[in-house]
Structures are given as structure tokens and as C-alpha cells.
Design a protein around this ligand. Structure first.
Ligand SMILES: [Zn+2]
Length: 138
């Protein structure tokens, strides 16, 4: 069995089942396919492909979006590496000393556990977590 979307000259679209695409052709040639709305035999099989195309479009849009985000993250990483001091695992200690002692205005980056991060945020210290994207990985 095969399902086709049929379009009538009256502008209505409806679905109908056929034994096969040949079965559809036979019925159509014999004018045995009637519009369920106006009973006209001027019905045409409409192409099913648009549905598939839409799906493909959605996927490629998502991929584009992900690539764009990834590119921005790579750029952010480059920016941080160039302009900020890498303090590595010492991040939560360093960021506190900046916050409380106002030692330096230089930005820092490093690694912190999720617990450390939430502690810092609770203390009112402005930290942001960003995914550390590798440029080479794809
Ligand atoms: Zn019709």
C-alpha cells in the first residue's frame, strides 16, 4: 500500500491509499479517482518530497547554528587566551583575591568545579562558565 497526497483542481488536498504507484496510475487513467470534496476527477498526485526537504532543512539549519556557536566559542577562547591570565586550577582562589583585594583588573580564566563555581556566584563574584572548545576537533 502507498499513500499519496492528492490535489484537486478545486484547490483541496486529501490523502488516499493505493495498492501501488501503478495502481494509482491505472485508476487515474480510468478516471476512477474522485475528489472527496467536489467529486471531480481532475485530481493530481502531489509530490511527497517537500516533507523530506523540510526535515533536511531543519537539520542543516541546526548544524549551521552549532557551527556558528562553536566558531564563537573558539573566538572567545582565543580572546581569553590573548587577554586574560590563565590561572588553571587556582581559578577560584585567584578570582576571590581579585574580587576582595581588588588587586588587579586583569581578567583571568581557569578551571573550577561546578561546586566552586556556584560558591563564587553565591558570594556575588561574577564568573561565567563557557564550554572550552578545541578548534581542531570537529
Ligand atoms: Zn475537488
Amino acid at each position: 500500500m502507498i499513500k499519496y497526497n492528492l490535489t484537486c483542481k478545486c484547490g483541496k488536498t486529501f490523502e488516499s491509499w493505493f495498492s501501488s504507484s501503478d495502481g494509482y496510475d491505472t485508476l487515474w487513467k480510468q478516471k476512477l479517482i474522485n475528489c472527496i470534496y467536489c467529486n471531480s476527477t481532475s485530481v493530481k498526485k502531489s509530490v511527497m518530497a517537500p516533507n523530506l526537504l523540510n526535515k533536511a532543512n531543519v537539520v542543516s539549519k541546526n548544524e549551521k547554528f552549532e557551527k556558528k556557536i562553536k566558531k564563537q566559542l573558539v573566538e572567545l577562547r582565543k580572546y581569553l587566551e590573548k587577554n586574560c591570565k590563565n590561572v588553571g586550577d587556582n581559578f577560584s582562589h585567584e578570582v576571590r583575591s581579585i574580587h576582595y583585594d581588588k588587586k588587579t583588573s586583569q581578567g583571568i580564566y581557569g578551571t573550577a568545579t561546578p561546586e566552586e563555581t556556584s560558591e563564587l556566584l553565591e558570594e556575588g563574584i561574577d564568573v561565567a562558565t563557557i564550554p572550552w572548545v578545541n578548534e581542531t576537533e570537529n
